[in-house]
Design a protein around this ligand. Sequence first.
Ligand SMILES: [Zn+2]
Ligand SMILES: [Zn+2]
Length: 451
Amino acid sequence: MDKSVLKGKLLDAVEARADDIIAVGQWIWRNPEVGFKEHKTAEYTSSIFKGLGLEVEEKIGLTGLQTVIKGRDDRPNIAVIGELDALTIPEHPDSDPVTGSVHSCGHNGQMANMIGVAMALVDSGIMEHLDGSVTCMAVPAEEPIDIEWRRELYSEGKLYFLGGKQEFIKDGYFQDVDISLANHMATNTDWKIAVRGGEGPQPGGVGFMGKMIRFKGAEAHSGAAPWNGVNALNAANIAMSAIDAQRDTFKDSDAVRVHYFITKGGDAVNIVPSEVRMEMMIRAASVDAIKDASMKVDRALKGGAMALGAEVEIDNIPGYLPSPKQGSDALWRNMRDNVAEIFDEENTLMGVVNPSPIRTPHGAVSDINDVASIMPKASFGVGGAIGVGHSRSYSIVDPYAAYVMPAKLYAGMVLDLLWDGAKLARQVIDEYEPEVQKSGYMDYWKDILES
Ligand SMILES: [Zn+2]
Ligand SMILES: [Zn+2]
């Protein structure tokens, strides 16, 4: 069989499913659910996979699922990753009237892309020509929100991480995966597919760790006898000032950001606050910078408590790793070549978008970094949405660009990777140096949290 004929057949299979793929994206847009609560979306996805005759493994990381589409060999195994979760923005016109949830990060698009490639791989019968497998993953909870509730699940032993991909890693679901493919939607209509970065070391994204903080003082009558109290809010106030006083010790190149909010400031205005709770994120471009900032923050928190004679409890929470310094050049080249081959030039954006000498042009975090730290990963930008991500103005205006085109790119890459003895996939795997060994992943995180 001629490779280019088969590739044409596979891309045609995506095109033939365009209406179905768009319908999937729109159904998920209309049924938004936040992380680890994506029950409807998971059931919907599962029913589509089963309709394709695929076996589905469900309830991975609480609400996630996956299906393995087998070729002539089990390995190499390429994962195509979609994210199930939405955000909570009640002000958004399309938000769920009960929960306030809405897909204003565009994860519904990723789901449609991932399901679309599954449809095309099955419809085309292509897998009988490919020397490896494809695992389509629907992963929960990319957004690190609802921290207090997720921490309760942690206490109950139901979760360890805040993010779904890390739960998949922890539970061994990436053990048999060799290469991961993913994407994320951007808000823009100038291009439809963007290949960022290039070969060699790349500026990447930050990682983070979380903290849940509890100051404990003593309540007293604020008017009659405040001297009998220990004001936990004043302790928190001093701690916040002490954190601010250290900001100029954070190096620009580390892109440290420490941000927090008070989730409980006291019980009543006429009672000396005896309990104050805070949630915090510490972001930075390297694990060492995260550890350093965490140490300084802990010092400040303890200092605030000490000044007032209060107590402070600090609960360190695993966040997401910073993106690795070096990705897979061979995989990046294949993504670029497929974009050039499949799409018209005016629809694409190629090359380095952020040639910043600082390694962290992007202050947002994603748990895809944890996947990229243990295996070769390619991800690309997707257009078709406008407005501001994570806000009420976000909407998808070009369904074909958002939902269908990325499925074509996945399809093209999967075919190239697994063609002819999976030569290209094997090259990608052989050349790749992981930042973190799969087997050492949990210990790596424990070291960050305990330092
Ligand atoms: Zn987001
Ligand atoms: Zn997102």
